[in-house]
Design a protein around this ligand. Structure first.
Ligand code: UD1
Ligand code: CA
Length: 452
C-alpha cells in the first residue's frame, strides 16, 4: 500500500506567509499530524505532493521515509496525484490523504482500505449542509456511480447530502491509465481526481464507501477559524482519552496538551494547564490551575500549586511546589523537596527534604539533604563573563537575604546568618555571618524638609 499526501495548495484564506499545511494544531504542523497517522498504517511508499511554499514544507517535515513530488501549478487533485505516480510502482492500493485534514484516525483509514480491497473506496460523510463538497451520486440500487463537484452539479445533485471527503483508496495499477485520461473540461478547468470513480465503475470494479466515526475526522483547514475549531476538537479528544484513562480533569475543555502526557493513577489536573513536549506525571500527582509544564518528569505524590512554570526539569516524589514557582532547564529535585513562591531554580540539584520556600534564585548549585534556604537567598553564579558553582552540603541552614558569591561551598551543618554575603567557603557546623555590627546612634534626628 502507498500513501500520497496532497499538500500543494496555497491556503489564501489563512492570510499568512506560512504555507497552510505548516500551521499548527497542538503545536505540531497540520501536515505532521497527517504524516504520523500515515505512518501508523506502515505504507511501502509515503509521498508528499508539494507546491506552494514547497521548500519550507519539505524543510519542516523531511524524513528518510518520505518521498517528494513537485506540483508546480495547481491544476487539480487528479493532476496532483499524477505527479507522485512515477514513484509509486504498481502494486496494491494507493491511499490519497490531504495535508490540511489533520484529525483522521488510523482506524477509519483501515476501514477505508478494507473497503477498497478489490476496487476503489471513498471516505464519505453525510452533511446537513453539503455546500462546496463533491456529491456522491448513487444509482437506484444504491451503488456509487460518480462524484460530481458542486460547481458541476445539477440542482437535483446539489440536494445530495452524502459528500466526498477527498480521502480515497485506489488500485495503484490502474492509476496511470485513469489519471492519463482525465479531462479538464469542467466548471473549474481542473483535472479532478474524483473523475476516477466513474472510470472504475465503467470497468466494473466495485466502488465502496466508508464513513468516519466523527465528522471532525474529515474536516479540513482553510482559515484560522477552522484551525481554531480543530484545535479545540483535538484537545477535547485528548482530554476525553485522559478521563477515560482515569485522570481527573477539573474541566476537559480547559486543558492543552501539545506533545505527549503520560500519567500514573489518581492524577488530578486543575483548569488552564498547558503540557508541552514530553511530560510524565507519577501516581497521585496534583496540579493546580494555570501551570505550564514542558519536558518535565514529576514523581508520585507531588503537589504543584497554581501558576507554576517548569521546563526541562525532573521533580522527585512527594514534592510541594508553587504557587508561582519556576524551574528552568537542568533543575533536578529529590524526594520531598519544597519550592515556594517566586523561587527560580536553574541547572541545580536539590536533594531530599530541602526547602527553598520564598523569593530565591538558585542557579548552578548542588544542594544537599535537609537544607533550609531562607527567603531572598541568591546564588551569584555569574560574573558577567563566566558561570560558577555553589555547593551547599547536607543540613545547612541559610538565613534570609543571603548572597552566595560562587564559586563557594557551605560545609555540612553550617549556618549562615541572615544578610550574609558569602565570598569564601563557610566551614561545617559553624555560624558564618558577614554583616556589619549593629549600632544605635542616640540623639540622631530625621532630616526635615527645607522651607522655601
Ligand atoms: C476536493 C474534491 C471534492 C471534495 C473536497 C473535500 C476534487 C476534484 N474535489 O475539492 O470532491 O468534496 O475536496 O474537501 O478532488 N491540492 C493539490 N493540488 C491541486 C489541487 C488541490 O495539492 O492542484 C490539494 C489541496 O492542497 C488540498 C486538497 O488537495 O489539500 C484538496 O484541494 P481543494 O482545492 O481543497 O479541494 P476541492 O477542489 O475543494
Ligand atoms: Ca476544499
Amino acid at each position: 500500500m502507498n500513501i500520497v499526501i496532497l499538500a500543494a495548495g496555497q491556503g489564501k484564506r489563512m492570510h499568512s506567509n506560512l504555507p497552510k499545511v505548516l500551521h499548527p494544531i497542538a503545536g505540531k504542523p497540520l501536515l505532521a499530524h497527517v504524516i504520523d497517522t500515515a505512518r501508523q498504517l506502515a505504507p511501502e511508499k509515503l509521498i508528499i505532493v508539494r507546491g506552494h511554499g514547497g521548500d519550507a514544507v519539505q524543510a519542516c517535515v523531511a524524513a528518510d521515509d518520505i518521498g517528494w513530488a513537485e506540483q508546480a501549478q495547481q491544476l487539480g487533485t487528479g493532476h496532483a496525484l499524477a505527479q507522485a505516480l512515477p514513484q509509486l510502482g504498481d502494486a496494491g492500493l494507493t491511499l490519497v490523504l490531504y495535508g490540511d485534514v489533520p484529525l483522521t484516525t488510523a482506524d477509519t483509514l483501515k476501514r477505508l482500505l478494507h473497503a477498497a480491497r478489490d476496487g476503489l473506496a471513498i471516505l464519505t460523510v453525510d452533511l446537513a449542509v453539503p455546500t462546496g463538497y463533491g456529491r456522491i451520486v448513487r444509482d437506484g440500487a444504491g451503488l456509487v456511480t460518480s462524484i460530481v463537484e458542486e460547481k458541476d452539479a445539477s440542482p437535483a445533485q446539489k440536494a445530495i447530502r452524502e459528500v466526498n471527503t477527498g480521502i480515497m483508496a485506489m488500485p495503484t495499477a490502474r492509476l496511470a491509465d485513469w489519471l492519463g485520461s482525465l479531462k479538464n473540461d469542467n466548471a473549474q478547468g481542473e483535472y479532478y481526481l474524483t473523475d476516477t470513480v466513474a472510470l472504475a465503475v465503467a470497468e466494473g470494479l466495485p466502488v465502496r464507501t466508508a464513513q468516519p466515526v466523527g465528522e471532525w475526522e474529515v474536516l479540513g483547514v482553510n482559515s484560522k477559524v477552522q484551525l481554531a475549531e480543530l484545535e479545540r476538537q483535538h484537545q477535547r479528544n485528548v482530554a476525553d482519552a485522559l478521563l477515560v484513562a482515569g485522570v481527573r480533569l477539573a474541566d476537559p475543555a480547559r486543558i492543552d496538551v501539545r506533545g505527549s502526557l503520560s500519567h500514573g493513577r489518581d492524577v488530578a489536573i486543575d483548569v488552564g494547564c498547558v503540557f508541552e513536549g514530553q511530560v510524565e506525571l507519577g501516581d497521585a500527582v496534583e496540579i493546580g490551575p494555570y501551570c505550564v509544564l514542558k519536558n518535565v518528569k514529576v514523581g508520585a505524590g507531588t503537589r504543584i500549586a497554581a501558576f507554576c512554570h517548569f521546563e526541562d526539569a525532573v521533580i522527585g516524589p512527594d514534592g510541594v511546589l508553587g504557587p508561582y514557582a519556576r524551574l528552568r532547564p537542568g533543575a533536578e529535585l529529590g524526594p520531598e523537596v519544597h519550592i515556594g513562591n517566586f523561587v527560580e531554580v536553574k541547572k541545580s540539584r536539590i536533594a531530599a527534604q530541602s526547602k527553598v520556600n520564598h523569593l530565591a534564585y538558585i542557579g548552578d548549585a548542588e544542594i544537599g539533604q535537609r537544607v533550609n534556604v531562607g527567603a531572598g537567598t541568591i546564588t551569584c553564579n555569574y560574573d558577567g563573563a563566566n558561570k560558577f558553582k555553589t555547593i551547599i552540603e547536607d543540613d545547612v541552614f541559610i538565613g534570609s537575604d543571603t548572597q552566595l558569591v560562587a564559586p563557594v561551598t557551605v560545609g555540612r551543618g553550617a549556618t549562615l546568618g541572615a544578610g550574609t554575603t558569602l565570598t569564601k567557603d563557610a566551614p561545617p557546623d559553624a555560624l558564618t555571618v558577614s554583616r556589619a555590627k549593629q549600632v544605635t546612634l542616640s540623639g540622631w534626628q530625621r532630616p526635615v524638609k527645607e522651607k522655601k
